[in-house]
Design a protein. Structure first.
Length: 411
């Protein structure tokens, strides 16, 4: 028996003694196999017109993790044709749990009832067939030290992005923050895989990359393709996925969309005011794209956003603000009320725009503690009342470091 391919389906063509031709006196072939061939053709046609079997479904994106926290996670993936989405979860005791999802070619399967600080294995499935080998993730343990990575301006699908990615793969981390410009040149759907999902696939399977919207990410349909692929808590009055906050360990992280209004009274301003004011986390971080303290020659400081947000950042004792936009690295001295203050008395602002796209010239300002035009990411380690942030280049060298300490969350 041999197999003939048809669009991914392989059906058997009978061969053997019954398939030998018998020729009549007119020389016309009258094969006994004709009925078998017609039957085979009907099988192929029926499969072509109907649903293909699970074995023919191909994974085209992911899986990637979203909304990972203490007790839950959402796993997302795409296939070439719709199937019954499902997930097999491997439990710490060696048992498994099946989690069902909808029938779709874009699967987003929420998984709940997880234990804090626990490692799980998972396998995405379509029509009960595994789509890939097992991946793992671990949930947040609010009492444990944790490490996260920060990068920005990376979505080019270029050698620089891959070099930074490779170093990130070699750097253990609990989650990743992105300061925007995740998909060049315009956040379009057709560039998502080449410029984001394929380069970061090994990372996205095991840690969440919490997203923020850069100016390039919103150029297509106001950023609708960005919204289609990223899931955020949308925990604001407008229910918008564009800005949000989450907790991890002893930290609270607020993510804004600096393409939109931030002036007093705007939805984002009201959100940030209430969000930071209601958090009792020991460490507070804010993330957005357009840098408000930058010596970059391409863009420089966004004074308007600085004037809008500074009162809130000061009032709620934000420890570090992470930004991008200028393709360089810059860390400020501690700042409060737009002035340099003593360590521990103000906010540190870090521009991290060296995630892969071309680096650009950068100068030095009075507020600058360290500045450099180089590909890099930032590694942040939080252990109790100590935070250390390192600028890490693709060769693994640490070009800058700052340590912050505090006894407790400010009242």
């Amino acid at each position: 028996m041999v197999y003939a391919p048809w669009g991914g389906l392989e059906a058997p063509i009978p061969r053997g003694d019954g398939a030998r031709d018998r020729r009549g006196s007119d020389g016309t072939a009258r094969s006994e196999s004709m009925r078998s061939l017609f039957a085979w053709g009907a099988v192929v046609l029926g499969a072509f017109l109907g649903a293909r079997p699970a074995a023919a479904i191909t994974l085209t994106r992911g899986p990637y993790l979203q909304l990972l926290g203490t007790h839950s996670v959402t796993v997302v993936w795409k296939t070439d044709v719709p199937g019954d989405c499902g997930l097999t979860l491997r439990l710490p005791d060696g048992g498994t749990r099946a989690v069902a999802g909808p029938r779709s070619s874009t699967c987003a399967v929420p998984v709940g009832d997880l234990s804090p600080g626990t490692r799980y294995g998972y396998v995405p499935r379509a029509d009960e067939t595994a789509l890939t080998a097992e991946s793992t993730f671990h949930t947040d343990d609010p009492a444990a030290p944790f490490t996260f990575l920060v990068l920005g301006d990376s979505g080019c699908g270029c050698d620089g992005q891959r070099a930074v990615r490779d170093r990130m793969l070699a750097t253990p981390a609990d989650f990743i923050l992105h300061t925007g410009d995740m998909i060049y040149p315009s956040g379009q759907s057709e560039a998502m895989d080449a410029n984001f999902f394929r380069p970061y696939d090994p990372l996205l399977r095991r840690v969440v990359m919490w997203p923020s919207r850069g100016n390039h990410d919103v150029k297509t349909a106001g950023g609708e393709p960005w919204r289609d692929v990223f899931r955020t808590p949308a925990n604001n009055a407008a229910g918008s996925e564009d800005y949000y906050s989450f907790d991890y360990g002893t930290a609270h992280v607020a993510v804004l969309d600096s393409n939109a209004a931030t002036n007093p009274g705007s939805p984002q301003y009201v959100f940030l005011d209430g969000d930071l004011g209601s958090s009792n986390a020991r460490w507070k971080f804010v993330v957005f794209h357009h840098s408000i303290y930058s010596s970059g020659t391409k863009h420089g400081s966004n004074i308007k956003i600085r004037r809008n947000l500074l009162p809130l950042l000061d009032r709620y004792h934000v420890d570090v603000v992470f930004m991008g936009h200028d393709h360089d690295y810059e860390r400020t001295k501690p700042m409060r009320a737009d002035k340099i203050v003593a360590p521990g008395e103000g906010t540190v602002y870090i521009t991290t725009g060296g995630g892969g796209a071309d680096v650009r010239p950068v100068e030095h300002s009075d507020f600058t503690a360290h500045v450099e035009a180089a590909l890099h990411f930032v590694r942040v380690r939080v252990d109790g009342g100590t935070l250390r942030a390192d600028m890490v280049t693709p060769d693994g060298a640490v070009h800058d470091s700052v340590t912050l300490t505090k006894s407790a969350a400010p009242g």
